[in-house]
Design a protein around this ligand. Structure first.
Ligand SMILES: [Zn+2]
Length: 275
């Protein structure tokens, strides 16, 4: 990923998506907002206990900073599911300025509507962005351990294929900053679900200890399921940025012991210049 500084606020972008025409995307950080501890400072989440008015100002700052109107954002109410929702023109602005209008109970959103920015929110969970330059479709998924074993990313890829007729060999993917295999210790109850879904723990769980705990590699688990869906390995960029290791830059629920803000990952079909 590449970091850019826009008016002293950091924005990360994937290199593979940055090279494409007709798509805008970003991963925000915790820097440059107005929220007080434990949400300091660019908290984008209405649902974490921060003051709503300040969260709205933070979102407006981010939107202005990246040059997309906040009313063009669509944001889901994330529930750690494997549900994929198709966003239509009528859902433009859902969840942008409040929690009540957020797209109901879904962790992955897909659209072919131009100039509509899909955004998911994280603090250790994995943001995954999708772009098909041929069919001109974008997707954004949020996957913690539950979303990962519920195959949210794989189902997003399948939705691109089944509902939008995308050739998955055309689709580019960015797997963004999240808690890394260096810090994501999980217990036997999670490990057994990993084994249940993937049939194996090899490459998914590292450093299994006698107490049954191990380190879950969310990046690898999401990359593998996207490849299994049919997206070529070389189309997938993994940021390899651990939010826990970089808790000064990103919100990390584990690092902050549960009470913290949310950063965002967004993607939008920009108005094509060659039309
Ligand atoms: Zn780490």
């Amino acid at each position: 990923m590449l970091e850019t500084h826009l008016q002293s606020r950091s924005i990360f972008r994937f290199q593979n998506l940055s090279k494409q025409n007709g798509v805008d995307h970003f991963v925000s950080t915790r820097i440059g907002g107005l929220s007080s501890p434990p949400y300091e400072s660019l908290n984008l989440g209405f649902h974490v206990g921060d003051t709503a008015k300040i969260v709205l100002k933070n979102r407006e700052r981010l939107a202005a900073n990246i040059g997309i109107s906040l009313s063009d954002f669509t944001i889901p109410r994330q529930v750690h599911s494997g549900t994929v929702t198709i966003v239509t023109e009528g859902m433009r602005g859902y969840g942008a300025a409040d929690l009540d209008t957020a797209v109901e109970a879904t962790d992955a959103i897909v659209t072919d509507v131009p100039h509509l920015c899909l955004m998911v929110l994280m603090a250790d969970c994995v943001p995954i962005l999708f772009f098909d330059p041929q069919k001109r479709v974008v997707g954004a998924a949020h996957a913690g351990w539950r979303g990962t074993v519920k195959l949210a990313a794989q189902k997003t890829a399948e939705t691109l294929k089944e509902k939008f007729n995308c050739k998955l060999t055309d689709v580019l993917v960015g797997i963004g900053p999240s808690i890394g295999p260096c810090h994501y210790e999980v217990g036997p109850e999670v490990i057994s679900q990993v084994e249940g879904t993937f049939g194996d723990t090899e490459g998914y769980i590292n450093g299994e200890a006698p107490d049954g705990k191990g380190y879950f590699n969310l990046w690898e688990a999401n990359k593998r399921q996207i490849i299994a869906a049919g997206i070529p390995r070389q189309n997938i960029e993994v940021a390899q940025i651990c939010t826990y290791c970089n808790a000064h830059l990103f919100f990390s629920e584990r690092h902050e012991r549960g009470k913290t803000g949310r950063f965002g990952a967004g993607i939008m079909l920009s108005t094509s210049t060659d039309m």
